[in-house]
Design a protein. Structure first.
Length: 562
């Protein structure tokens, strides 16, 4: 081979290398100048990943330490479609391991525009572990908590529920979300091109939520729910509601609604069945509201328990004629008898002696028209018409519990003030927060101790010889009041002649009350009277509670008489 030929080939080879190098150099420059931003983002998404470290959500306990809401270990499975090499194979593998239809996963895994997709939220840890062992490229796992409710439907309206992201959505889970939820942490990890973790470059620890003990007693709660269920079934009612609280502390011992729901299946239950009617719904209270006018008249000195009134069968107030539930002739009744006989004419007569403004002031003083302050979301303040908007007949309607709407909790709280020597304590559901603080419930005097004692004696008469005899508990003195009120007719106006709310609210023992209990029966069929539909349910609740709390009888001679 000649020297000239060798030199020619060397020059050709050098030229090829120069051209190749030039192409590479131009390409590199273009990538750095034009594509740098997008490539940086792609590289970061492929090799750096920030993962949330979920905080442990606090447990909800009843007052005795029984778990009402807990977090169970779960694993969330996700994927980066940009790293998945065989979407079909991954969809089949994940579907089989997790019990998911592969056809629902495949479209997610083929979407290369996304760098993160969920394959399963809060999956069973054992199933997730089976999938993890397959070491599929582009598939990742991180621990999570799944909120569960060990007692199912027990106190579900009170406890509420948390969603798939462990955020409270209803009930105490919602109102206490800041206390229970804690603060999530996070860590940034570096992965190799096929998705394996190489290093943790940054991390922030999670701060766990606080455990909370409630005032609810799960044993009493179960019994109350059972009694409400039986009462609702017996009278074929739309719903039944109960509130049981300790008047000495304001603690809610039980709060129940029937029909209820299983908090573990909340997504499958209509929203209408999930609400806590004791706090969110109003009703016209009927005769249970009579203690307001009578209490005001006693406290202001307008009457005494022995003050007598000669009462005609009816009384005219503006354009309305008011009569008692049972037909009667003209008779003379003391204030005590007006209460025990539940005389509408008598209570309206007492209210007329107070006047519009004074009666309105006392309705406000008892707390009606205002939220009680319970730590529960969505509390309704009730419906109270201000005195300047009263019609001529309002002072005849309101004293007997019509033309005003209250919540079951408000009414129970008002009677708790009577039972607690005239002092109302804000009702509450939270007993204590572990490693946290709870605001001490406010107290305020509604009535003097003397007036409260006078009302208590009158309410004992209702149970001993009046409309509330079905609430009597052998061996104990019980004070309480029945209520029967027609429901407003939204279609035709006025009041329905077939739809009623029957109620009973009372406390026992009357002299040193251990609890106040209220029962409402919404639209009972076969009866409309609180003394027939609601008082027996109160008696059953009271009998159980008195024995459960080991309250000694105060009328021992009655025991065993049935």
């Amino acid at each position: 081979m000649t020297t000239r030929l060798v030199n020619r080939r060397l020059r050709l080879l050098v030229t090829v290398f120069v051209l190749a190098f030039g192409v590479v150099l131009v390409r590199a420059g273009w990538l750095q100048a034009v594509r740098a931003g997008s490539l940086d983002r792609l590289a970061a998404s492929q090799h750096r990943e920030t993962i949330s470290i979920p905080a442990r959500r606090g447990t909800l306990y009843d007052r005795s330490g029984v778990e009402l809401a807990i977090g169970e270990r779960a694993v969330t499975v996700y994927a980066n479609p940009q790293q998945v090499e065989d979407p079909r194979a991954v969809a089949i593998a994940a579907g089989r391991a997790l019990g998911i239809e592969p056809g629902t996963l495949y479209p997610l895994l083929t979407d290369r525009s996304r760098g993160f997709v969920y394959l399963a939220r809060q999956a069973d840890p054992q199933k997730a572990e089976l999938l993890k062992r397959q070491d599929l490229v582009g598939v990742g796992f991180y621990p999570e908590e799944r909120r569960t409710y060990p007692l199912g439907a027990v106190a579900s309206e009170v406890v509420g529920y948390a969603g798939v992201d462990n955020k409270g959505l209803a009930g105490l889970e919602l109102s206490l979300d800041g206390t229970l939820g804690g603060e999530n942490g996070e860590k940034t990890i570096v992965r190799d091109p096929i998705g394996h973790e190489l290093d943790v470059v940054d991390s922030k620890d999670a701060v766990d939520g606080h455990d909370v003990y409630l005032t609810i007693d799960n044993t009493l709660q179960r019994q109350v729910e059972r009694i409400l269920q039986e009462t609702r079934r017996k009278w074929n009612a739309v719903a039944t509601t109960a509130v049981i609280l300790d008047p000495r502390t304001g603690e809610i011992l039980a709060m129940a609604v029937e029909p209820g729901f299983d908090a573990n299946r909340f997504s499958k239950v209509p929203r209408d069945r999930q609400r806590n009617r004791a706090v969110t719904d109003t009703y016209e209270p009927g005769s249970t509201f009579k203690v307001v006018a009578v209490g005001a008249a006693l406290e202001t000195g307008k009457v005494t328990p022995r003050t007598r009134f000669t009462l005609a069968p009816t009384i005219e107030v503006a354009d309305r004629t008011i009569h008692d539930a049972e037909p009667r002739g003209t008779e003379t009744l003391t204030v005590s008898q007006i209460v025990s006989h539940s005389s509408n004419v008598g209570v309206v007569t007492v209210a007329l002696g107070l006047g519009r403004q004074t009666l309105s002031d006392w309705i406000d003083r008892f707390g009606f028209g205002h939220p009680t302050g319970i730590e529960y979301p969505g509390e309704t303040p009730g419906i109270v018409v201000p005195p300047e908007q009263w019609s001529g007949s309002t002072i005849g309607n309101v004293p007997i519990g019509h033309g005003i709407a209250v919540t079951p909790l408000q009414m129970a709280s008002a009677y708790a003030a009577i039972a607690n020597d005239g002092v109302e304590i804000v009702p509450h559901l939270v007993e204590r927060v572990v490693a946290g603080t709870v605001k001490r419930p406010e107290r305020r005097r509604v009535l003097s101790a003397r007036t409260a004692a006078q009302l208590t004696v009158m309410l004992r008469g209702v149970v001993d010889e009046g409309s509330g005899v079905e609430a009597h508990v052998p061996g104990y003195r019980v004070a309480g009041k029945t209520g029967t009120a027609a429901k407003p007719d939204p279609v035709h106006g006025g009041y329905s002649d077939s739809r009623y709310v029957a109620s009973f609210v009372g406390f026992a023992p009357a002299k040193n009350p251990r609890f106040v209990a209220l029962v409402t029966v919404d639209e009972p069929r076969g009866t409309i009277w609180g003394g027939t539909a609601a008082a027996p349910a109160f008696r059953e609740i009271a009998e159980f509670a008195l024995q459960y709390f080991q309250v000694p009888p105060d009328v021992p001679g009655e025991l065993g008489t049935g």
